[in-house]
Write a protein that binds this ligand. Structure first.
Ligand SMILES: [Zn+2]
Length: 261
């Protein structure tokens, strides 16, 4: 296949039943964020930690970066003991210091070598070695965690947007209007008084406004449909238009000249 995105986790910070934290990988080597459940999500999908070449950081909330010390510890002591595999972290200026502090709190001294070998890319746009152009843009979330989304486009023409954590905002919707696939968070139910996340009604409006875009819902507050446990927040899925897909953990989508559903 030409390209593939796998939703390794699809839950919000509170871990709805049957879901790991929101977490995506594309082409089995580029990951978007590194949540606390990153290591188990990668293990369950048979992905070697040393095959990850790029980590794109959307923002600095714990459910998006607290898995980083474990990924770096695993590479150091298990899958890349020779430190031979290149690793780039793409993150906004300011993130590096906070991530390095996090790693030092988690495993004092043990991650210094791998941290010294990471290539940090703080530019707002760039290209991966395998030809994915990416562009980072500000979104509407808690400003103290430097929130961003990303647009991606491969050399073959595959395109998608990842919202990071964001409520409705023009920068995100402008990026989505230029793509045909959007991975978008829907973290909260209607009754939560916050504009910094999407609610089902926001997704409804957006998907009706952009009918040519396929939306994959992640970072959801709704339990997995496969869970028989008593609900955490909700078990009810909204009846969204057909261009909206509420992903379960492990959902994958392939691209062969176009995204195949
Ligand atoms: Zn967040």
């Amino acid at each position: 296949m030409a390209h593939e995105i796998v939703m390794l986790g699809t839950g919000n910070a509170f871990l709805p039943n049957g879901r790991h934290h929101s977490f995506a990988i594309f082409d089995r080597k580029h990951i978007i964020d590194a949540p606390p459940t990153a290591l188990i999500s990668l293990r369950q999908n048979g992905i070697n930690i040393n095959e990850i070449t790029t980590i794109f950081i959307t923002h600095l909330h714990g459910d998006h970066i607290f898995g980083l010390p474990f990924l770096l510890l695993e590479r150091t002591y298990i899958s890349d003991r020779e430190f031979s595999q290149p690793l780039t972290i793409v993150a906004a200026p300011g993130a590096r210091k906070r991530i390095e502090d996090l790693c030092e709190i988690a495993y004092p001294g043990s991650l210094q070598k791998i941290l010294s070998m990471i290539v940090w890319d703080e530019n707002a746009q760039g290209t991966t070695v395998d030809g994915w152009n990416w562009n980072r843009f500000e979104v509407n979330h808690n400003d103290s965690v430097d929130p961003f989304g990303y647009s991606f486009e491969s050399s073959k023409g595959a395109k998608f947007v990842h919202s990071g954590d964001s409520g409705p905002c023009d920068s995100l919707y402008s990026a989505i209007s230029k793509t045909d696939l959007a991975i978008i968070e829907m973290a909260i139910p209607e009754w939560v008084p916050s504009s910094e996340h999407h609610k089902p009604s926001d997704i409804q409006k957006l998907s009706e406004r952009l009918p040519g875009v396929h939306f994959i819902i992640t970072h959801t507050f709704i339990d997995s449909k496969n869970s028989a446990m008593p609900k955490i927040t909700s078990k009810e899925f909204p009846s969204h238009p057909s261009n909206v897909l509420h992903a379960e953990d492990g959902f994958s989508i392939k691209w062969e000249n176009k995204w195949i559903f």
